[in-house]
Structures are given as structure tokens and as C-alpha cells.
Write a new protein. Structure first.
Length: 323
């Protein structure tokens, strides 16, 4: 018998007095099993119910549909013509209803999704880069697309065009779910011939605030907000610096250093990129630290694949930066 939608006419039965909106879905589940088993006792065992309870439900169903549904003929229980008409579509319909409330277990090995992550070069290097090996091991068919963090990224996140944002900026808890990945602090990077390195103060390994402000600076100005990152982190300290160059990408700053120029970058980035071409010096204590977060939208609640990825990013980001 071909499967077809469970129609109003079919559900109305012989009496025509039944409306689908009034049906108890649990009764329909019992009916599907009874019609499949053609046996009240077997249906009761399958449903984990008592035989009298299933018999009472069958009586209600007979009254509801205006049809006996199951009759004894030639020594066996047989379906009525009406029951035969609704048995297969009823089973298909209930399977569809069940799929709405049951989600298959998440298996990373079978995942073929491309995750879209909006972040800066810092997030790509220190968060995604750290997790990429684990992602490939656990979900070999998954992929990650890094998108530039921009003013539109938050709208894209809400619209579902971006799965995740990685940022050290402030998050709005009324608009986004968030998870802290790690805390990082800032360090100064400079060329090996920087004048400060030859001064007596260099023995301490940390620049004083007054020394820091005397140097010319390369400032990081991320494209997503167009603001000097140090002005957000250091407030008045950031504004007091003498900035001779701005860059949108943190990883480019060390490569641009020459003479007395100084750049202030996150420690993790400096450690990831340090190849002996520049020196890493502790920044003034007044600059403090910042929190790096993963942000996602309410629409992603229940997204098992995304939850798995966020867990993986958090786990691989927990290691502290080397000092």
C-alpha cells in the first residue's frame, strides 16, 4: 500500500464526527502499535503498558473513529477496511512527529559541515590554529572558513550567516551567548637594537609606564571597529602614546619594527610568532589583561555540532602562553 498523508477524511472515519485537532497523540501512538501487532497483548508488551490499559485505549479509539478497527475473523484478529486504510500513513505520520522531538546522537566522525567563524588574525592564529589539529582528528570531513571580523559580523551572527565570533571585545549578554576561552595580557615587542634594551632599566625585563610613553608606537586598529585597540585596553594610557603608524593586523606589527618603534600586542600572539627577529618585553602593569571569548546567537541553541566545536576551541585554548 502506498504511503500517503493522513487526511482529514481518513481520520474522520465512518461517523465523520471526529476532528484531527482533538486527538490525543498518545492514543494515536497506541493505535499504531495495535494495528501493527494486531494483538492487544503484544501491543501492551511493546508499549510497556498493562493489557487492560491498552484495551481501554482501544475502546476509546473505536468510539473516537466510529469504527471497530480490530475484529476477530476466522480465528484471528483482523484489521477493518478503515484500519487498513490508515495503518501505514498513521505509522509514517507518527515517525515524522517523533523526529521532531528526538535528535540523532552527534558523531563528529560523520560531520561534513563548514563552520563560519568571524575573527581577527589574532583569533585565527591563537584559537582556531591551536584547535585545527584536534578538529581534523575528530571530524576529518568538517571544515572551517575564517571570515574577517567586521561591523556586520554581529548582524551576520544573528542572521545565521556566521556561526561563531571570536573576540576580545565586550559582549552584550542580552544579544549573544558567550564562553570565555582564556585571559591574555599585553607585551611590548621591539627590534633587537631598540635603545631601551641598552638602558639600565632593561635589566628588570619590564618597561615602566613613563618609559613606555616616551617611545614612538605602532598601534593596532582592528578593521571591525576602527578603534585603537590600546585605547580600549589602556584608556588614557592608549591615548597618551605617540602613534606613528596604525595597522589593522596584529601579526604585521612586529615585522614593521625598526629603531625606537614599539608595538603592544597580546602575549599569545608574540609567543606564537617570535622567531628571534624582535624582543619581547613585559608591558607596564597598568595595561592589565583582557578576556577572549566565543560568541554565538540564540538561534544556535541546541546546535550539537557548534557546541562540540566551542568545547574544542576552549580546551585547546586553555594552555597559558609561554613566558
Amino acid at each position: 500500500m502506498a504511503t500517503h498523508p493522513l487526511s482529514h477524511q481518513a481520520l474522520c472515519g465512518a461517523s465523520g464526527g471526529f476532528h484531527p485537532a482533538t486527538v490525543d497523540l498518545n492514543l494515536l501512538r497506541i493505535l499504531a502499535v495495535v494495528l501493527n501487532r494486531r494483538n492487544v497483548t503484544g501491543a501492551a508488551e511493546h508499549l510497556g503498558m498493562s493489557q487492560p490499559a491498552v484495551s481501554r485505549s482501544l475502546a476509546r479509539l473505536r468510539n473516537l473513529f466510529g469504527d471497530p478497527l480490530l475484529i476477530r475473523a476466522n480465528g484471528r484478529m483482523q484489521l477493518t477496511h478503515y484500519a487498513q486504510c490508515i495503518a501505514e500513513p498513521l505509522t509514517s505520520w507518527l515517525e515524522g512527529v517523533s523526529s521532531l522531538v528526538s535528535v540523532a546522537p552527534f558523531v563528529p566522525e560523520t560531520l561534513t559541515r563548514r563552520f563560519r567563524i568571524a575573527t581577527s588574525d589574532y583569533g585565527a592564529l591563537t584559537v582556531v590554529g591551536s584547535a585545527l589539529g584536534a578538529v581534523m582528528d575528530q571530524a576529518p570531513h568538517a571544515a572551517i572558513d575564517i571570515l574577517p571580523l567586521s561591523r556586520d559580523s554581529y548582524r551576520a551572527l544573528a542572521a545565521g550567516d556566521v556561526d561563531l565570533i571570536l573576540t576580545g571585545g565586550e559582549a552584550d549578554p542580552t544579544q549573544h551567548h558567550q564562553r570565555q576561552l582564556f585571559a591574555d595580557d599585553l607585551v611590548c615587542v621591539m627590534a633587537p637594537d631598540h635603545p631601551w634594551l641598552a638602558s639600565p632599566q632593561a635589566a628588570s625585563g619590564r618597561m615602566a609606564l613613563s618609559e613606555y610613553l616616551e617611545c614612538p608606537h605602532i598601534a593596532l586598529v582592528p578593521t571591525h571597529d576602527g578603534k585603537d585597540a590600546m585605547e580600549g585596553q589602556g584608556g588614557a594610557i592608549g591615548k597618551a602614546r605617540r602613534v606613528v603608524m596604525t595597522l589593522p593586523y596584529a601579526h604585521l606589527a612586529p615585522a614593521m619594527l625598526t629603531g625606537p618603534l614599539l608595538a603592544t600586542v597580546p602575549r599569545r600572539l608574540a609567543m606564537e610568532q617570535n622567531c628571534g627577529l624582535w624582543r619581547i618585553v613585559e608591558a607596564p602593569r597598568e595595561l592589565g589583561h583582557f578576556i577572549y571569548r566565543a560568541l554565538w546567537s540564540e538561534r544556535s541553541r541546541g546546535d550539537q555540532a557548534l557546541s562540540w566545536l566551542i568545547d574544542l576551541l576552549a580546551q585547546t585554548s586553555e594552555k597559558p602562553a609561554l613566558r
